[in-house]
Design a protein around this ligand. Structure first.
Ligand SMILES: [Zn+2]
Length: 85
């Protein structure tokens, strides 16, 4: 069996990775542009449309951005929760 080795063209830092657990709650409802979190931001399963600022994207893209930002030290917009009706 042949051992895997780091490709010579990549710097050491590009080959290092780690797994981090993040809180997944509201990652598909939080606007990555303004931080507004409300279920109304998801008019359909695959659609994200922020009712606060109008930002639109595929819902999976929004979820992925929010999961990335949930890691420690990641910058993102301040969280802004919708007012209770
Ligand atoms: Zn927004």
């Amino acid at each position: 069996m042949m051992a895997l080795s780091r490709p010579a063209c990549l710097p050491r830092s590009a080959t290092q990775s780690y797994v981090m657990a993040v809180d997944p709650r509201n990652t598909s409802r939080r606007c990555p542009a303004c931080g507004l979190t409300t279920r109304e931001n998801r008019p359909a399963q695959d659609t994200f449309h922020c009712v606060g600022c109008g930002h639109q994207a595929h819902a999976d893209t929004v979820g992925a951005v929010n999961v990335l930002r949930a890691g420690p030290g990641r910058a993102g917009p301040a969280r802004r929760d919708a007012q209770a009706a």
